[in-house]
Ligand binder design. Sequence first.
Ligand SMILES: [Zn+2]
Length: 541
Amino acid sequence: MTSPVEMYDTTLRDGSQQVGLDLTVEDKLRVAAALDALGVDVVEGGWPGSNPKDKEFFARASELPWRNAKLAAFGATRRPNRSADGDGDLAVLLEANTPIVTLVGKSWTLHVDEALRTTREENLAMVGDSARFFVREGRRVVFDAEHFFDGYAADAGYALDVLAAAAEAGADTLALCDTNGGTLPDDIVRIVREVVGRFGELRVGVHCHNDSACAVANSLMAVGAGATHVQGAANGYGERCGNADMFAIIAGLELKRDHELLPPGRLGALASTAREIAELANLPFDAKQPYVGSSAFATKAGLHASAIARRPDAYSHVDPAKVGNQAHVLVSELAGRSNVLVKAAELGLDLSSDPGLATAVLEEIKAAEHRGYAFEAADASFELLVRRFAGREPSWFDLEGYRVVIERAGGLAGGPGGSSPLGCTDRSEAIVRLLLGDQRVVAVGEGVGPVHALDQALRKALADLYPQLADIHLVDYKVRILDGRAATSAVTRVMLTSADHKGEWTTVGVSDDIVTASWEALADGISYGLLRAGAQTLVPA
Ligand SMILES: [Zn+2]
């Protein structure tokens, strides 16, 4: 085991700069709890001086049962030509009452001259005074050297003087920030090596951004060059192209470089933590995300599938189970019989003992794909199909019929545009008739479109019998028109993703009518959700 590397998470501060990522204080507390449970060393909670939300977060952070991580509050060095004692922002940072204070300061002469508009000597004093202020208060100080690599390229002597000012004042960690993400791995290695050589008695670290698609590579190379502190954000969240993806850094260093970043046994929680944080952030989870994405260990070709069944390690760079992920075999027209067998086994359905059944399933998949179905992403529909053939599809409801009414009311309000389409209101109503065993149920749903109305009606009809539905919600709905050239024979494919608190699943529906295709995907989505939830079936499988 090589020297320990400190994993410093900045999801709640730098990561939340990402466009579309907006966390409430409750969300932030939940993300912090997830990161602590995973076992990172430091959770940077935010910038208490910058907004009231972060201030409230720190006031409530002591509610959490911190088990592994220490909390850090982030802020800038004191203002020019003031004393640290009289600086209001430093006072707010102190009030956050965290064991770690992370101070960001300028290390690029261009920024000292143009952004701070102060002298280079004064900037060194600002760094030193501010660090000293918190060290005197008994806090551990991490110094974030902003734009360090650009600063080093412009004036290496001055960039190193800034680090020295922080070090002499008692900062115990020097984090070299690639703030604009433009540095490439060879420069990272050269510069980190030099800084480690000069400040070796301190913890030297990096904070990398992904603007050159090198954030994870740079972080790994920095550790190779002697860094013992790495900053990153969950799922690579962050402004512009994002921060370094913390999960890829942890997996790479633990599985390939023998570093210990998480407490023993916690690496297996990586994939579920990544998904949990994406859910809390209400952002779609990237199937292609290294190590933790649902496609990270997926393979398509039928040729490979038979080999994978024999030697799972022959096609994956690591054992997916180590990061809590699993190998997926995609099913497609290309697939051979073995693909179906492997896929079914992955779902807990053993078809190998019945070659006739496997052939029948494969024939059905081929025929369905010819009609426009795609099962590669629609695992849940695939599983339901296999169960149907194996006679093991549980039945939760039977459709007797549905009717959908779409209503558009013209915008008569006399705005300057008259009755423009913008003034219209669309409302749909759906009536769904189901058979639940020997009981007939009719429910009406309303929605902003026909699919929403159908979903509402179906849920209403099933709500009494299946309380588990409350935990199942729609997360994504995609429509594609296939073969649009022949307008009369165009087919609509609907892909629908549903989720519960443990994960998500995708179903597919195909028809020449969009409502029928949507119903099919909806009904499969609800059925699969009930299967996952272990709901009692009306007709036992
Ligand atoms: Zn940053």
